[in-house]
Design a protein around this ligand. Structure first.
Ligand SMILES: C[S@@+](CC[C@H](N)C(=O)[O-])C[C@H]1O[C@@H](n2cnc3c(N)ncnc32)[C@H](O)[C@@H]1O
Length: 209
């Protein structure tokens, strides 16, 4: 997870949508204020007990669609592994996704980062992330599952290099996804509106939900 360290700075105030070992590792790396949330009281109670001795880690039971407990622009970063994916499998997925992402956008300070770690490729995630209300500038990384061995003769590019995307934020037509179980990592930076004035935004469609 070295690439995470490229843009996260220790004194940052982080909101983590319950990512088990990552929060512990972030505390070990020096992050001082890490709020972890999940809608499951069982998960939160377990984690609270497990990390009782780590003062940097705080836990709260909360629905990501309503994080009104926190004031606007109160976090430098939000990390999500699997929470948006979980909402996308539920009923009213598009509404839930819009509620969650609207809340994430509200909570981020200007210049803050939303990192989405997901199984959803750009064709099903970019329509959600590119809504103008969020003003997010998004960079994509693709990380194969641990232990995946690249086929002989494939690209020697590091997985820590951003993936070049089309002007719609999609994978280029000739892009070869070597490991179909890869994680897609979207690093979305909250920008001011002028930075995005020329960016392409496209509507949600039924086939991406
Ligand atoms: C696929 S799991 C991912 C768990 C963890 N992030 C990981 O990577 O190991 C999805 C998590 O999202 C939580 N979740 C689902 N809907 C939620 C909601 N509306 N608000 C907050 N958490 C939610 C579930 O309780 C579950 O812990």
């Amino acid at each position: 997870m070295g690439f995470l360290v490229q843009f996260l700075i220790m004194e940052y105030l982080m909101l983590v949508l319950l990512v088990l070992v990552m929060s512990e590792d972030m505390a070990k790396d020096g992050y001082e204020d890490i709020m972890n949330i999940d809608v499951s009281s069982v998960a939160i109670d377990l984690m609270k007990k497990k990390y009782d001795h780590v003062p940097q880690l705080k836990y709260m039971e909360m629905d990501v669609r309503d994080m009104s407990f926190f004031p606007d622009e109160s976090f430098d970063g939000v990390i999500d592994k699997g929470t948006l994916d979980s909402l996308m499998c539920g009923t009213d997925a598009p509404i839930s996704a819009a509620q969650m992402l609207g809340e994430v956008s509200r909570l981020l300070k200007p210049g803050g980062i939303y990192m989405l770690i997901t199984y959803g490729d750009p064709s099903v995630r970019m329509p959600h992330l590119s809504r103008p209300a969020y003003s997010w500038k998004t960079v994509l990384y693709i990380i194969p599952r641990p232990g995946f061995e690249k086929p002989a003769g494939s690209s020697t590019k590091s997985n820590l290099e951003p993936i070049p995307t089309t002007d719609k934020g999609l994978l280029p037509p000739d892009y070869v996804l070597e490991d179909p179980d890869s994680h897609f990592i979207y690093v979305c930076k909250k920008t001011d509106d002028t930075e995005l004035s020329n960016a392409t935004v496209y509507p949600l469609k039924a086939d991406v939900l």
